[in-house]
Ligand binder design. Structure first.
Ligand code: SF4
Ligand code: SF4
Length: 434
């Protein structure tokens, strides 16, 4: 891996605000939608301790340095995770932990505090044990989550709850919000699924665009009174809905941040725009992370509206939304239009120009959509959805990338349930097919 150099980015390009690192592919759960297709053991090609240290030093040389999201797999299954988090702390890099919560105990909480990790995120995909356990694939995971939230609260460690919306739980979103509030979460983030990893062949997990639109509009009206920080993650059209309804909040952040304020480092050092877009911008083992972020063809294309195709390329909301590049990629063109957005650009008489923007192409992250994420907002790892404030931390999710080479072996006493319930209620005609 190249050493930390004195080289700096081109002045026009600010550093990313968030870097999500897939610390390991190992995980003790078997979630149905896992982007990482996590395994019970780490993969041999994962960055070793020295390589991870070099990466963190490179990240710390960005000023201001981005927030580092330690994701996975399950990052607590990486033996040197606290040593690396402590290094980040010593170098002035704020780090947050995206965990499934099942490995937390008092001793781990102490280590989390000692390492200066500012927030944790955990996932809730149903408001009760039956629905959540079926989604997560392990009986007892709802009970573990409740215990983890009680532990974190008693330890004074702020946490965020992430929920993935599917046809099976869309009607329970408000119930999940209520559970997150009762657990004492600092933030509630909903995620729109991306068809990668284990979700790739799970058509039943996707709503029709009109149903996502309806759900996002409902959340937008609830947002002011939720009583906790809220974010719709990997739902870039939520920003458009904010503008259309007059409820736009600068704290909601930009829509898609992939390559425009956010980058993802996979377990083997491959860099990408986010964990759900399996396209390589370069590898840390060959190039400095700052060079990859500033000059890789992938990132340059994502920042250039003139390279986009389909309706996102002439949409008046491109600067605040941009469409999900990963879902567009799943349809065959990462610069194509977002498949889950029913908006017709210009249909209301608009010009197709981004409202309030100074220009319509090639924004830098600083002038993109204006607002960007709330200060300290962590996107989720795929993971662009973390929100973090100095007094509280952020989310987990699953992160990205392929590698279907290793086979899963069962570990420990957990029981994996048949994935039978989450997506069973939606009519096939109302689903999105990939
Ligand atoms: S999944 Fe990736 S590409 Fe899609 S909205 Fe999120 S950050 Fe952007
Ligand atoms: S058409 Fe594309 S850019 Fe416009 S609101 Fe929809 S997803 Fe966003």
């Amino acid at each position: 891996m190249p050493p930390v150099s004195r080289r700096v980015d081109r002045p026009a390009l600010p550093p990313p605000r968030l870097v999500a690192w897939e610390t390991t592919r190992a995980c003790n759960l078997a979630c149905r939608h896992c982007r990482a297709e996590a395994l019970t053991s780490p993969l041999p090609e994962e960055l070793d301790h020295g390589e991870a240290e070099t990466m963190i030093r490179q990240i710390s040389s960005w000023k201001p340095s981005p927030i580092l999201i330690l994701s996975g797999g399950e990052p607590l299954m990486r033996p040197d995770i606290f040593k690396l988090a402590t290094l980040a702390l010593d170098l002035g890099v704020t780090a947050v932990l995206s965990t499934n919560g099942t490995l937390l105990d008092r001793d781990v909480c102490r280590k989390i505090k000692d390492a200066g990790l500012r927030r944790l995120s955990m996932s809730l995909d149903g408001p009760d044990a039956k629905s959540h356990d079926a989604f997560r694939g392990v009986r007892g995971s709802f009970a573990s989550l409740v215990s983890a939230s009680e532990l974190l609260r008693s330890e004074g460690l702020p946490f965020q709850i992430n929920s993935t919306v599917t046809p099976g739980n869309i009607g329970q979103t408000e119930a999940m919000l209520r559970v997150a509030r009762e657990m004492g979460a600092a933030a509630f983030h909903v995620f729109l699924l991306v068809p990668v990893g284990r979700a790739r062949d799970w058509d039943e997990a996707f709503l029709a665009p009109e149903d996502y639109e309806k759900a996002l509009r409902r959340l937008k009206t609830l947002e002011p009174d939720m009583g906790l920080e809220f974010k719709a993650t990997c739902a870039p059209q939520y920003q458009r809905i904010g503008r259309e309804t007059g409820l736009f909040s600068p704290r909601s952040g930009k829509g898609c941040l992939g390559g425009q304020g956010f980058m993802f480092v996979a377990h083997d050092g491959t860099c990408g725009a986010c964990g759900y877009l399996p396209l390589s911008a370069g590898n840390l083992r060959e190039r400095d992370i700052r060079e990859i972020y500033s000059s890789s063809p992938l990132f340059l294309s994502l920042r250039d509206k003139s390279q986009y195709h389909g309706k996102c390329s002439f949409c008046e909301y491109w600067l605040i939304c941009g469409g999900c590049r990963a879902r567009a990629h799943a349809r065959g063109d990462y610069l194509g239009e977002e498949p889950l957005c029913p908006h017709l650009p210009g249909a209301a008489g608009g010009s197709g120009r981004d409202p309030g923007s100074r220009r319509s192409t090639s924004p830098t992250p600083s002038d993109d959509a204006g607002p960007g994420p709330a200060p300290g907002s962590v996107l989720s790892a795929g993971e662009p959805s973390w929100s973090w404030t100095p007094s509280s931390p952020s989310p987990n999710g699953c992160s990205l990338t392929p590698s279907r080479t290793a086979s899963r072996s069962r570990q420990g006493p957990t029981r994996h349930l048949p994935h039978d319930s989450p997506a069973s209620t939606a009519s096939p005609s109302r689903r999105t097919r990939w």
